[in-house]
Design a protein around this ligand. Sequence first.
Ligand SMILES: Nc1ncnc2c1ncn2[C@@H]1O[C@H](COP(=O)(O)OP(=O)(O)OP(=O)(O)O)[C@@H](O)[C@H]1O
Ligand code: SF4
Ligand SMILES: [Mg+2]
Length: 372
Amino acid sequence: MLLSVENLSTDFPTKRGVVHAVENVSFTVGESEIVAIVGESGSGKSVMSLSIMGLLSDPGRVAAGTIDFMGADLATVSEREYRGLRGRDIAMIFQEPMTSLNPVYRVGDQIIEAIRAHERLSRKEALERAIELLDKVGIPCPQQRVRDYPHQMSGGMRQRVMIAMALACNPKLLIADEPTTALDVTIQAQILDLLRRLREQTGMAVLLITHDLGVVSETADRVVVMYCAQVVEEAPVRELFDRPLHPYTLGLLRSIPRLQDDDAKRLYMIRGTVPNPLEMPAGCHFSDRCDSCMEICRQRVPDLVEVDGHKVRCFLYEDSDGARKDDDGIAAGEARALADAETARQIAAADALLEAEDIRETEIEEHEGVKR
Ligand SMILES: Nc1ncnc2c1ncn2[C@@H]1O[C@H](COP(=O)(O)OP(=O)(O)OP(=O)(O)O)[C@@H](O)[C@H]1O
Ligand code: SF4
Ligand SMILES: [Mg+2]
């Protein structure tokens, strides 16, 4: 396994209390695999990535767990060892491209610097590599664009430069934190296509951080769903879309607008809001928003258990003594039945609303007809 994160917890001690930004998170990334981490804003995706990269800002600290990357535990390596790994074996595209590109240096010089931090190349050789990299990430006329400053480039171009910089030393793992969020749909598709192509060409693995399930379905091999600092479900991508188990995943998938939904009124929204990290409900973090909530859900946090090839953190799949429910998929069946019943209820409610409106419109038309 290339990367194996186990029981990782990252805290931010603040004046108002300790924010548990990442709580007991475990997942793996294999060689050449694209694993997506998906979750709402504030679920801990960026803090988790920065913990892996050893780039947490004060007062953040890894409180527990191990981060095994190619045999080294990143949670314990020195800053010097980290500097040797970062950029060379493991690279990251940050959520804010402009904060990572220095506005006063030409993009070519920044890529050259990234190359020469790890490889003994002359400036001329590094410049040639920088031009090659810009070409590889689809920047037209790379010989000229290498002399541009970041502000002379569009958002999509800057994102490509960020990818070129991250690829400078052929990393084994690329962590891409929301690499397409600020881009329009066409450029977004091009960047995702580029990541897939680079994986094919170089064998690089990608940890793709996003809140966009559309991006996940098109790009990833496996998906890890995070909610309020915890992993709540993990499964191969098709499995997750075809048979989501956790009520939060079900809610996320139902919130995606689909072309066949001809009326926006049918768009589903998970009720309630994400809790304040300092006022997390006791027990399951999703309990205040979950339609399937039971008594035990308010008493203790469910474990992540393996069910039908998924990993899922929910008492619908776990007995009260912590053992996973029996193998015949009773729990999965129950969850699906609950979910199907809830979907049917919502569609019926939306239909009733539409029907009531139709009747009212007909009444108004008839009334106006009478008046005329
Ligand atoms: N410096 C900090 N001090 C205190 N809390 C912090 C700090 N940085 C992050 N957090 C908290 O950590 C939690 C996780 O934040 P994170 O940025 O990882 O979320 P995210 O999933 O990346 O969200 P987004 O989709 O908006 O990028 C949030 O509750 C956030 O408030
Ligand atoms: S543990 Fe309970 S509250 Fe949490 S998601 Fe499962 S059913 Fe809902
Ligand atoms: Mg983030």
